[in-house]
Design a protein around this ligand. Structure first.
Ligand SMILES: Nc1nc2c(ncn2[C@@H]2O[C@H](COP(=O)(O)OP(=O)(O)OP(=O)(O)O)[C@@H](O)[C@H]2O)c(=O)[nH]1
Ligand SMILES: [Mg+2]
Length: 509
């Protein structure tokens, strides 16, 4: 390939996908002349890194004393000094004699060796995590910790994390070009082709960053969606997740497909001038409306079940809380069920309702039905909007609860954040007026004094869902609340105008 430029510069055409597969060198050398006898410039080295060139070479031709000198540089595999490239000393042209193919083969072998050492069987793939923001470093770090948990929950091995707090944030790419350069090289050295941003990216940011890096780029929302997609089992769960994914995808359908479209656009009677992009968009839209109709039917059925329960006067208690708080473990214990429990974020995606057994709870007078307990999807900071929308029917069901148990992992260093996030989401879902019990779980992981102090500070009770004997006070509290609620309901039925909400609140319900 010969690219012609002038003394001011050259424009390198798009090399995207010149080589595909694992992150590796491009298979291209850039050889050009320098007319003032100067060594490799900052731009030369940037091209070397951004374009992943095999080598960049400048030949000085100026008719003076350093005429015919060769300046060259190449990228380096992972190394203790964390160097990105090696710059060779200048060489007279006639003495510059290397067997390039042999040399480049051994360089690529070294890259590959560095990439291999990190692979382990437990994970599907490797990724580098990035966070760019103006919040405090501590806040960014905390959020990054959670992103790491999320990545691992989805089967991704985190090989490196980068946190950046620039003075000004680039609108187009979030991170500056300098950092992107480091990032590309890091990815190549470690054999990573997936970058995960802690911040949610706009469609155009996502496109610019993946164009620039030629790596797969996803954000926090997509990562969560990916986990949900892996975990959804029921028809309803699957439909909900696919719907959320498609809605997120629609505005992000890559501009790249445009180029392809010019080849396929006219095939199959799709109408003149219709690009591939539009076709894909149209298909996605069709699928979205199909899924939406399906959701409607499913939620209709849900509605019927709920109405039956209501008619029978069965009290509903729902366990809510941050993901991994131990909700399913608690529901299992209280209802002697076998719901899946895992030390992963979002182990539960499908709500499950089970009957409480053998406790002194108020029953519907006519048929003596026990109350039921519902296990729910966990909450998380920045819960994707589309996901919230898709899970609406599930969350709506929570509205019918008589009592919410807000379960908090007391041993989690970010428990306060978790509590606040849950409170915020409850308001967003319109659930804040339902009577609530604050319950701290995993008390076995902290010492007694600390547990007691936290309970006192927030007015909660503590349990350990893996120790049945610790549940006494919780059962008592649930029982008491349910009786109170029953009483209030009765009274409101008897009072012609019903009870004002403030009445409920002044009674602590
Ligand atoms: N030490 C200890 N571990 C617990 C306790 N309760 C639950 N766990 C563990 O915490 C992890 C998460 O439990 P789950 O019941 O799956 O949590 P969850 O709230 O349902 O989580 P998601 O469904 O993912 O939102 C599991 O590994 C449990 O064994 C507890 O009281 N003490
Ligand atoms: Mg669960």
């Amino acid at each position: 390939m010969v690219i012609v430029g002038d003394q001011r510069g050259i424009t390198i055409p798009e090399l995207t996908r010149y080589r595909i597969g694992m992150p590796r060198l491009r298979g291209l050398r850039l050889i050009h002349t320098h007319l003032k006898g100067e060594p490799l410039s900052e731009d030369d080295l940037t091209d070397l890194a951004l374009l992943r060139l095999d080598m960049v070479v400048a030949l000085s031709v100026n008719g003076q004393k350093n005429d015919g000198l060769i300046y060259s540089a190449y990228l380096l595999p992972e190394n203790p000094e964390r160097k990105i490239w090696e710059i060779n000393p200048p060489f007279p042209l006639r003495q510059f004699d290397i067997d390039f193919l042999k040399w480049i083969q051994s360089l690529e072998d070294q890259f590959q060796k560095g990439q291999r050492t990190l692979t382990t069987r437990k994970f599907r793939e490797k990724a580098i995590l990035i966070s760019v923001g103006r919040e405090s470093r501590e806040a960014l770090e905390r959020s990054m910790e959670e992103l790491k948990d999320l990545a691992e929950s989805s089967g991704v091995q985190v090989v490196e994390t980068m946190i950046q707090r620039p003075q000004t944030i680039s609108h187009s790419t979030l991170i500056g070009t300098g950092k992107i350069k480091d990032l590309i090289i890091k990815c190549m050295q470690l054999g990573v082709d997936l970058i995960i941003f802690d911040q949610n990216l706009t469609p155009s940011q996502m496109a610019s960053i993946s164009d620039l890096t030629e790596l797969r780029v996803i954000d926090r929302t997509q990562l969560i969606l990916d986990i949900f997609a892996q975990r959804a089992h029921t028809r309803e769960g699957k439909t909900q997740v696919e719907l959320a994914q498609l809605k997120y995808l629609l505005p992000r359908l890559s501009r790249k497909t445009l180029a392809l479209s010019r080849l396929t656009g006219g095939i199959g009677g799709r109408g003149p001038g219709e690009t591939k992009l539009e076709i894909d968009r149209r298909r996605v839209r069709e699928r979205i409306s199909l899924l939406e109709r399906e959701m409607e039917q499913l939620s209709h059925r849900r509605e019927q079940r709920r109405a039956l329960r209501k008619k029978a006067g069965i009290p509903v208690v729902s366990v809510i809380g941050y993901t991994n708080a131990g909700k399913s473990t608690l529901v299992n214990l209280l209802t002697r069920s076998d719901l899946p429990v895992e030390d992963k974020l979002f182990a539960t995606l499908d709500t499950a309702t089970r009957r409480f057994k053998g406790v002194n709870f108020p029953r519907a007078e006519e048929n003596g039905e026990d109350p039921v307990l519902t296990d729910t999807v966990g909450f998380i900071k920045d819960l994707p909007r589309d996901l919230m929308g898709a899970f609406r029917p599930t969350f709506d069901e929570l509205k019918e609860s008589d009592l919410l148990i807000h379960l908090v992992d007391i041993s989690h260093p970010r428990r306060l954040d978790h509590m606040q996030t849950v409170e915020k989401i409850l308001v967003e879902l319109g659930l804040e007026s339902i009577p609530r019990l604050l319950v701290f779980n995993k008390e076995d992981k902290l010492d007694r004094e600390e547990v007691r102090a936290i309970c006192r500070r927030y007015g909660g009770i503590s349990i350990s869902a893996i120790h049945p004997e610790s549940l006494g006070s919780l059962l008592e509290a649930i029982s008491k609340k349910l009786w109170e609620i029953r009483l209030m309901k009765k009274r409101s039925e008897e009072t012609p105008n019903g009870l004002e909400r403030s009445d409920l609140e002044s009674n602590g319900i």
